[in-house]
Design a protein around this ligand. Structure first.
Ligand code: 4NP
Length: 158
């Protein structure tokens, strides 16, 4: 049975769509069965495609952002998904605030799977910064996705 993975940031236009695109490509190559989706704790970009700066960075590295559209986290996500990974602590706190007590164990920081955790525990919000921030985001996400895939293989959750 496939594990269901939800990747969450604030707007669902920069970090979590990048993680969505990277993870679905890496998961496809790994042979693991993972259902991957992304969402935002804010609804302010609902229906928008990923930010062009994220797409430029990701496409240059060979990732496909097709069909990814911003949508807010919904209450039903907490029951549906097996693992819900937040890009930073603010978004994790917001998920914890909204998630029923018996489902809180599904919530984690994405960076928990990165080799530099806990020295680096957040994927920084690149939205108001320059292009270097988007390059940093992509690199953290690629390394975090590799760590996550290794962990999923080890725990045979898939
Ligand atoms: P994301 O980045 O959470 O990685 O999608 C942001 C997108 C939009 C805004 C902030 C961060 N915003 O303030 O509109």
């Amino acid at each position: 049975m496939a594990i269901k993975l939800l990747l969450v940031c604030l707007g669902n236009i920069c970090r979590s769509p990048t993680a969505h695109a990277v993870m679905r490509q890496k998961a496809g190559h790994s042979g693991l069965q993972i259902e991957i989706e992304s969402a935002g704790t804010s609804a302010s970009h609902r229906g928008a495609p990923p930010d062009s700066r994220s797409v430029r960075e990701g496409v240059a590295a060979g990732y496909d952002f097709g069909s990814i559209v911003s949508r807010p986290v919904s209450d039903s996500d907490f029951a549906y998904y097996d693992l819900i990974l937040a890009m930073d602590k603010d978004n994790l706190a917001e998920l914890k605030r909204r998630c029923p007590a018996e489902l809180q164990h599904k919530l984690q920081l994405f960076m928990q799977y990165h080799p530099s955790y806990p020295t680096y525990s957040e994927v920084p919000d690149p939205y108001y910064g320059g292009s270097k921030g988007f390059a940093v985001v992509l690199q953290l996400i690629e390394q975090g996705c590799d760590g996550l895939l290794e962990q999923l293989k080890l725990t045979e959750k898939v």
